[in-house]
Design a protein around this ligand. Sequence first.
Ligand SMILES: Cc1ncc(C[n+]2csc(CCOP(=O)(O)OP(=O)(O)O)c2C)c(N)n1
Ligand SMILES: [Mg+2]
Length: 595
Amino acid sequence: MAETTADFLLDRLHENGVRRIYGYPGDGINAIIGALARHTDQIEFIQARHEEMAAFMACGHAKWTGEVGVCLATSGPGAIHLLNGLYDAKLDHAPVLAIVGQQSRMALGGHYQQEVDLQTLFKDVAPEYCHMATDAAQIRHLVDRAHRIALDQRAVTCLIIPNDLAEEPAVTDPPVKHGTIHSSPGWRAPRVVPQQPDLQQAAEILNAGEKVAILAGQGAREATDELMQLADKLGAGVAKALLGRTVLDDSLPYCTGSIGLLGTKPSWTLMDECDTLLVVGSSFPYSEFLPEPGQARGVQIDLDGRMLNIRYPMELGLVGDAKATLEELIPLVRHKTDRGWREQIEKEVTEWWRLIEERAMQDADPINPQRLFWELNKYLPDDAILSADSGTSADWFARDLKLKPSHMASLSGTLATMGPGMPYAIAAKFAHPNRPAVAFVGDGAMQMNGMAELITVAKYYERWTDPRLVVLVLNNRDLNQVTWEQRAMEGDPKNPATQNLPDVRYADFARMVGLDGIRIETPDAIDAAWEEAFSADKPFVLEAVVDPETPPLPPHITLEQAKSFLSALRGGDPNARAMIRQSFKQKMLEFLPGR
Ligand SMILES: Cc1ncc(C[n+]2csc(CCOP(=O)(O)OP(=O)(O)O)c2C)c(N)n1
Ligand SMILES: [Mg+2]
C-alpha cells in the first residue's frame, strides 16, 4: 500500500523528535489510528481515559522533558475534551502540539455529524499556530512548523486533519513550483543575553540596594548555581514561585520557600521589607504578595519579552535566559559586606520551619493533612517527580515539603485547574520510567478524573522500569480549598450542598483495578504507610482520612479576611466549633514567644 498522508504525518512527527502521543480514538482520526499501528517502532500511543487527561499528559511530558508534548483526539467531542488540558499548557508556557481530526472536506459547511468549527475553537488556545490541512502537500510544513513554533514560543499549537485527507496518498516532497513550501525540521535553544550596558544598569540597581529580594520561577530552573552565587553576593533572600518549586534547595538558610496565598511567612517579609526586587523567570501574579509599587527598585529577567514589567513596575526589564544572563551579571555585582538583612531573613526561615513542623504535628480529627507531607520529607527519594492537584494538597505541597533541584515538581500553576495531579504523574512515568513519581490529589479531583486515570496506570505500569507511582489522596469529604476560600474571602459559612463529597474508598478502588493501596485513619499509621508505598512493587494509593477543619492559612491574614472569617462563624457555619479550635491553634503558634 502506498504511504498515506496519515503515515507521513507520523513519519514527519518522528523526524521532528516525537516518540510518544497521548490520546483517544474516534472516527475523525481513524486513518491516523490505522497509521499508528504501522508505526509502533517509531511512536508509542498512550491511551488515556479522557481526552482532557491526554492533554494534561502532553503538558506533563513537556514540563518533565522540555520537549513538545503531543496529544491526539477525534473531531468534535474529542477535540472539545482536550481544551482544558491545553489551556493548562498555554498558561504555564508548556510546548504542546494538539492534533485533532475533522470530518471529511466534502462535508464541511454542511452542519454534518460532529462538525465543529475547530479552527475557531482552537484559535484562542493555540494563537501562535492553528491550521487545518486541506492538501496532502501541506503536511510536511504543517508538522515542521507546529512542532518548531510550540518549542520556540513555549506555546500550544494545533493541527486539524480532515479524515479523508489523512487517507489520501502522501505527498512527501511538494513539487518545486510557484506556491509550494519546502520545509525541514529542527530547532535549537538560543543563548539569549541582554546588552552589556543593560547588564551594567541591572548591576547598579542591585548594588545600590541594601535589602535585596529575589523571586525565582520556572524560567530559572537551569540557573540554580548562578542564583545561589548571586544571592550570596547580594546577601539576598530567595523566594520561589510554585512552578519554580525545585529551583533552589529548601534547606538553604536563605531560601524563603513558596510565595503567595500558598506561600510562607519569610517570603512575605522578604517582599514586604525589601528595597530592591529581582525577578528571574517568573510571572507570579499576585501583586499583594510583592512589594508596594515604589517601595523597591525592580529588575526582571525573562526569556519572553511579553512577560516583562507586568506584575510590578520594574525599573529595568531584560530579555534573556536565566542562566546565561545571571552568569554575565554576577561578575558585575559587588559582595555586600553588611549581612544584617540576610541574617534577618535566615532567622525567619529557621523559625518558619519550626512553626511548620509544629503545625504539622498538631492533633487533628483524625489526621492532620500537613503531617502527611511533613513526614514524607523523610521518605521522599532524591530523584522523585512530584505533581500536585489544585486543592489543599497544593498548599501543603507548597509549604511542608523540602524539595531540591534533584527533584522535579509541577502543578497547574496559572490555570490552577483541578485534574492534572494524576495525568502529570503518568506522564512523568513515561518520560522517566526509572524515577519514582508522587501525586498529591484531593478526593474531589480523584472523583473528577483521578480514579479513572488509575485504570490507565494499571494498564501501563508494567512497562515502567521502576513501577513506583505513589498517589496520596487527601480524603476530607470536602471541596476543602474552596470551603476555606468561601469562609475567608466571602465571609460565608460552608455550604454543605455544594461542598460535601461522598466518602469513597480510594485504596480499595486501586486494589480493585490491580494496583496496591492502603487507607489510613490515624496519624501513627503515616510513617509505615509511606514506607510501604515506596517499597511497593506496583503503583500505590495512600488514602488518608484527613481533617477538613485544618485551615490552609495564608502566610499573612489580612484584617479583611479575618473579619470575613468571623462573619462566617456568626453566619452559622455547620463546622464552626471544630474550625475555631483548629485555626486558633494554628494562629496561636505564630504568636508564641520567640516567633
Ligand atoms: C476544573 C476546576 N473546577 C473547579 C475548581 C475550583 N476549585 C479549586 S480547588 C477545589 C476543591 C478541590 O477539592 P479536592 O480535590 O477535594 O481537594 P481539597 O481542597 O479538598 O483538598 C475546587 C472546587 C478548579 N480550580 N478547577
Ligand atoms: Mg477534598
